[in-house]
Every structure is written in structure tokens, then in C-alpha cells.
Design a protein around this ligand. Structure first.
Ligand code: NVA
Length: 312
């Protein structure tokens, strides 16, 4: 993966300082309270935000579109079939043209490199709305949810399942904010080595603790939060059967949670594959924070938009 993204972009949490992340999280909570009071936002007045989504999306697309509108801005959804990057037009031309009209670009792409390329050529901020490598907007909402329902700096968050994009951004944010995180995956599905080494480095600097595990029952022991995601991410459909076999012991069900403290809370970024990585019994239980997590996508992303677009 070539080079870090420009500081004006929100592509990887690891590129952002602890203070900046903390400020965005605090702002997200204010925006949440303002919304409950139905106070209108103005930060994006007379600004337009382009939404370019190559992969399917429910939470991210809807929350960005509504978030831009609630801040007084104008969201523009651009389907990839209209653009055909690299086929109809080169990425640099797409990026430079969009920069003429838009004040920010929100992009969900298959390849992480494409978001980096888009950002390199854009003169406006680019926000990563998920790639095959990272999901930073999700990580912001996750930490916001943990802080609302527990003690963010002391409670251990245990991610169980595939060492994927969601796990990567979780490692970055937990490291950056000095949190305690366990990532429990089968051996062949660990997070990327450079993400793990960056996470360990950040955890050392910020007073956090990152552990890698492969035994799901032992990982549960000191969990305050248990987090899982799809076993097969978008784009990996050809591996579905193989993954279903490997990940069986990692399913978040009553039996796995019997190894966790009784007050453990449950997280999932969605989309949920009920009965696969998590059972309905657990997902629909009182322990589940999954709907709160989804709600917080809106508030966290509004804070990111404000921080990027209002930056001089
Ligand atoms: N890991 C999942 C996250 C979806 C929001 C995927 O990439 O499909």
C-alpha cells in the first residue's frame, strides 16, 4: 500500500493525532445531543459532498447522505457506473474534475489504492467510507459507542473473527487512543502484519495494550465488549465455504459468551449474517449495542465532515 494519505484526508486513523481524534469524538457527542434537540446544523452550508460508492452500503451511504444534509450541505450520489474509473476516464481526471465542484469526496472502493490515488489528485478532502483494507468511519462510531456504555480507557474490547478492514481500523484507533484491545482470529486470518506492528507501536506510545489471540474462549475471559464482523467480506464471496468452515469456533453465540463476564456487551458493524458470525439470540439480546453503534455512524461522520471541510 503506497504512502500515508494527506493529512487533509480521512483515510487511515493512524494518520491522525490523538488530540484530533478526541476532538472529533467530543464533537460527535455534541452533534448527537443537538440532533436530539432538533437543532439545525450549518457547518456545510453552501457546500457539496460527493458520495462515490463502488460496494453496496446501507449504514454508511444513508448516514453520510443524511449527515451532509443535516449540516446544511448538499450530498451528491455518484454511481460508479457513470464514471467507470480507469475505463471511461483516468482517476486523475475524475479526481481533478470533482474537486472543481465538491467540497469533499466520500469514497467506498474495492481497492484501498484507489482511494489513495483519488486523494492524491484531489484538492478537496477525501473520506474513506470503507476499502478492502480499512474502515476508519466505523472505528470512530465503535469507540464512541464503547465510551457511552463503558470505560473506554480501562475496558477490554475483544474483536473475534476475521482480521479484516474493520479489525485494521479498530487496531489503529485503539492504539491511537491507548485502549485495551484483543484481536482473536484463526491463524491464517490475522490482521495484516504492518497494521499489527503499527498498532503495537501506537499502544506503546499511548499506554494501550494490543493482544493477538487465536483461542476464542480464552480471549473472552476479560472482555467488556465483544465485537465481530462478517466472516466473508464484500469481494471475498468466492471464499465463502472455506471461510464458513474455518470460522465455526469463532461464532459469537451463548456458548462462546459463557466464557465471558456476564455483563459483556456486544458490537457488530453490520451487515449482520444472522446465524453465521453471530446468533440472533445474542444479536437481539439486551447485551447488544449494535443499533447504538449504527446510530453513532451518523454523529461520528458529521464530526469528521466538519473537521475536514471547515479546516482552513
Ligand atoms: N468487513 C466488511 C465490513 C462491511 C461494513 C466488508 O468489508 O464487507
Amino acid at each position: 500500500m503506497s504512502g500515508p494519505s494527506n493529512p487533509k484526508d480521512f483515510i487511515s486513523i493512524a494518520d491522525w493525532s490523538r488530540d484530533a481524534i478526541e476532538a472529533m469524538l467530543a464533537r460527535a457527542s455534541e452533534l448527537k445531543a443537538q440532533r436530539k434537540r432538533r437543532e439545525p446544523g450549518h457547518a456545510l452550508q453552501n457546500r457539496s459532498v460527493l458520495l462515490y460508492f463502488e460496494k453496496p452500503s446501507l449504514r454508511t451511504l444513508v448516514s453520510f447522505e443524511i449527515g451532509v444534509a443535516e449540516l446544511g450541505g448538499h450530498p451528491v450520489y455518484l454511481p460508479p457506473s457513470q464514471v467507470r474509473i480507469g475505463e471511461r476516464e483516468a482517476i486523475e481526471d475524475v479526481s481533478r474534475n470533482l474537486s472543481c465542484w465538491c467540497d469533499a469526496i466520500v469514497a467506498r472502493t474495492h481497492s484501498h489504492q484507489l482511494v489513495l490515488d483519488l486523494a492524491r489528485e484531489a484538492s478537496v478532502p477525501v473520506i474513506n467510507a470503507l476499502t478492502d483494507y480499512l474502515h476508519p468511519c466505523q472505528a470512530m462510531a465503535d469507540v464512541m459507542t464503547v465510551a457511552e456504555h463503558g470505560d473506554r480507557s480501562r475496558d477490554r474490547l475483544v474483536y473475534v473473527g476475521d482480521g479484516n478492514n474493520v479489525a485494521h481500523s479498530l487496531i489503529h484507533i485503539a492504539g491511537r487512543l491507548g485502549m485495551r484491545l484483543t484481536v482473536c482470529t484463526p491463524e491464517g486470518y490475522r490482521p495484516a502484519p504492518e497494521v499489527v506492528s503499527r498498532g503495537l507501536e501506537l499502544a506503546r506510545e499511548e499506554g494501550g495494550d494490543l493482544r493477538l489471540e487465536s483461542d476464542p474462549h480464552s480471549a473472552m475471559k476479560d472482555a467488556a465488549f465483544v465485537y465481530t464482523d462478517a466472516w466473508t467480506s464484500m469481494g471475498q464471496e468466492a471464499e465463502t465455504r472455506e471461510r464458513q468452515a474455518v470460522f465455526q469456533p469463532y461464532r459469537v453465540n451463548a456458548s462462546l459468551l459463557s466464557s465471558a463476564p456476564s455483563d459483556v456487551r456486544i458490537l457488530h458493524c453490520g451487515p449482520v449474517h444472522r446465524g453465521e458470525e453471530i446468533t440472533s439470540e445474542v444479536l437481539d439480546s439486551e447485551r447488544s449495542l449494535v443499533v447504538h453503534q449504527a446510530e453513532n455512524r451518523l454523529h461520528a461522520q458529521k464530526a469528521v465532515l466538519e473537521a475536514l471541510v471547515l479546516e482552513p
